[in-house]
Design a protein around this ligand. Structure first.
Ligand code: ITT
Length: 196
């Protein structure tokens, strides 16, 4: 029997859920959209990570009336004016990460400045208010794919302070320095100091 408050994570990604569930275990009982039997596609139609995260969390809060949070992430490349940014998942028109990386390398080929950052935004909606937490990891884009760890753009992103890409680095390193890890830390810190 538990008297922890229930908190919904508005994701269909079970891996993300498991990561957060362990970290939040002492503070809230984390439940997923699957456990709520919610299988609809949630719209992500704004042009910012904050807007999309809010849209997702609000959809679920309005539907179930329970405190809820969601996340949205992207890769922002300076010389490309912040692209692919909020469109990272489908930069080349679909979710094929090899096509997405190929297009990005192509678009960046003529540029000297290869700096970029990954960013994650969490949006938490409680009965009282809406809160945002963010995490950023700076780095540079390589000229070719290196390594097979991770997902998305990991094989072409070298985090600042390292020589290897996220695709080459040990997974435990990415877990401790990533944009998602940093945003999660902020959320957990908040949950540890406030009641839901
Ligand atoms: P859900 O919304 O279903 O959780 P998603 O793929 O949209 O999954 P994110 O919002 O976290 O996941 O990220 C959007 C895209 O940004 C993702 O598809 C990748 O292309 C890229 N991305 C985000 N985090 C990344 C990371 O840690 N490594 C590599 N690419 C990442």
């Amino acid at each position: 029997m538990t008297d922890l408050p229930t908190l919904v994570f508005a994701t269909q990604n079970e891996k993300k859920l498991e990561e957060l569930r362990i970290l939040i275990a002492k503070k809230a009982h984390l439940i997923s959209l699957n456990e709520l039997d919610f299988n609809d596609e949630i719209p992500e139609t704004t042009n910012t990570l904050e807007g999309n995260a809010y849209q997702k969390a609000l959809t679920i809060y309005n539907r179930f009336g329970k405190p809820c949070f969601s996340d949205d992430s992207g890769l922002f490349v300076k010389a490309l004016g912040g692209a692919p940014g909020v469109d990272s998942a489908c930069y080349s028109g679909g979710r094929d990460s090899h096509k997405n990386m190929a297009l990005l390398l192509d678009n960046l080929a003529q540029h000297q400045d290869r700096s970029a950052y990954f960013k994650t935004v969490f949006c938490l909606i409680t009965h009282d208010d809406t809160y945002y937490f963010e995490g950023i990891v700076d780095g540079i884009i390589t000229t070719e794919l290196r390594g097979t760890n991770g997902f998305g753009y990991d094989p072409i992103f070298i985090p600042k302070g390292f020589d290897q890409t996220f695709g080459e680095l040990d997974k435990t390193i990415k877990k401790s320095i990533s944009h998602r890890a940093k945003a999660s830390e902020q959320l957990i810190e908040f949950l540890n100091s406030s009641d839901l």
